[in-house]
Design a binder for this molecule. Sequence first.
Ligand code: BGC
Length: 755
Amino acid sequence: MQRTHLSLIASALLSAGLAGCGGSSDSTPTTTTVAVVDADTVADQNAAALLSQMTLDEKIQLVHGAGFGSSPIGGAGFVAGIPRLGIPDIISADSSGGVNVDKTGATSLPSPLALAASWDTSLANQYGALIGKELRTLGFTEGLGGGVNLAREPRNGRTFEYLGEDPLLAGNMITQRIIGTQAQNVIATIKHFAVNDQETNRFTSNAIVDERTLRELSLLPFEIGVKNGAPGNVMCSYNLVNGVKACQNSYLLTDTLKNEWGFKGVVQSDWFMAVTDTVPAAIAGLDEEQPGSLDDSVPGFGGLKSHFNQSLKAAIQSGQVPQSRLDDMVLRKLRTLYKLGIMASPPKAGGTIDRTAGNALAQQVAEQSMVLLKNAAPAGTSTTALPLNAASIKSIAVIGGHADVAVLAGGGSGGSPAQDGNPVTCLDTSILVEGIFSACATWYKSSPLAAIQAKAPNATVTYLDGTDATAAATAAATADVTIVFATQWESEGMDLASLSLPNHTTDPSNQAYDQDALISAVAAKAKRTVVVLETGTAVTMPWLANVHAVLESWYPGIQGGPAIANLLFGTVNPSGKLPLSFPVADSDLPQKTIAPTDVNVVYNEGLMMGYRWYDAHQIAPLFPFGHGLSYTTFAYSGMSSATDAAGNVTVSFTLTNNGSRAGAEVAQVYAQLPSGIGEPPKRLVGWQKVQLAAGQSTKVSVTVPPQQLAIWNINKHQWKVPAGSYTFYAGGSSRDANAVSSGSTIAGQVIARKL
Ligand code: BGC
């Protein structure tokens, strides 16, 4: 877990025998010392040597972008290289769910929230690797995906870009994503640091959050990702944290990220208004301003001025910012370029994307991430509504959600363009997000309707667009199965007014009708109603009791159509689990509304965030965190837990597939910490995704390192595992009534603070 940045010099003895093998006639044993230096040290040494050759202007050039739109190949950021020293241009592109640059043919993967619903860390690695590979193929040095802000506020318009509400799930998934990307010799980013949990007033909002909540929740996915994934780039966020701008916040950037977590890469500002003051930003630990400009005094995009060009140079010359701080900024950049092999081999633009490989991964992620929320048997039948049996179905009505042509994607920098063309016409192009960005959704050409018809070639499949609820209900009345598609569009720069499915009033650019009313009308008449959701976050479902099945497909990416059909027909058995809680109503959320007047966002709920909130306040969610059904069933038994001398707890149990199909279960382990210390009723401490044949059993062991049991001591500012009795639960969700449990008494310990 812990990387060492110290020089590792090992001595190796070469034996006389080896010398002999070399053909030496001298039989006297010889001793040779060989210096073995780790890659971090080499990178540091190379960076220091190069820095010593740089002029002040060259150093300044490396710590700011050259302005919005300055990249010769598109993308978001451009730091000009220095050819005389062999330093390449550093060109960055947004890449949350695929390279967000138009007309490149890059793969549009399912959204990061979907990835989180797979709970599959090796898939996260492949997801990061594919994006890294495509970035490099197109000439980009750095990917700006990697959002990991927790879904404290599920109406946050960027929830689709993030990895859910739990810090361990998000932290472990982002770690593997980073490792996957950087293995392609591309710099990975983790963002938005920190507490950037909603979009309303995003440039000015001030998150007011206590230290313990900060450390145990908001910062924890970053801590896990930074320590275990070692990203080259951390993007600090627009908002303020406890009154100080995140990009000018020395507690976040220097004390915590760099000094405590040992971050060796670059802290880069988010794009607009993240930096307002040169000297405080530089002193606080900011290493790169984006998008920057060639002239700090000239207003750039949005009328904004930059701060890390002439202004920073003047601050260095006047001594307001020490030279050592500028050198540190540059060293961080250079050592990252060396460490990731970019100095030796910078990316070259103009490569061709392998869409076959991209689409295969897009489909795999989609199939592993969809969550079967409900699957009941229609009245008078004994079999569940899903999977559909093509042999016995004669007619299928597919309704709404543009399912005839496309699947939905998110907007803003975390979206990715419809590389194959957008088949859905925007209803109102005059509406703008933040007065600048289009409020029109991106749709990918991947038709669920065509994929459903292909699965049931002998069935009559009809499509109605949903604008006429009466016609839809009439069609549903005679069809063997009715599949209603419902969509919810999210984007950077806006929050959702509510978790209700949007209608023509709440999202007039993208919705022509009232989706809840359509589903209710159809459900009232259909023999078998299946709802397929394409959403970026949780939605409320006033019609839930009246439909038989609900499949959450998130924003399922360019292969969404075939993936949805594969799940509906059981070609793929669902195995996704919710990475965030679905509440019954908005009024169940800790923050009742998001008011534009609330510039101070107060984290009054403290540690009770996400499922911790519902558990602590005994509020029944619509679907709990971790929930997800399968076409088979799993049973947990025989739980035990054992603690070793280092404080690692190994939780073991038997998992049995007691249904009739092969399937995968995300077996989740939660811990209840000792009472009386202010902790929520439970926290996720580990999981394993296990594939089992029908009837198969296996012993599952999940090791819980002490860090997963630690709480933040606000007096000593350190992690500590409290001594006392713990209960561990293993089950199929955070509220599995059949979960098994085991108690352990743990001695407690302080977790080393410094790396
Ligand atoms: C977003 C970042 C993004 C950047 C560059 C900002 O508005 O907050 O996530 O990487 O733009 O496009």
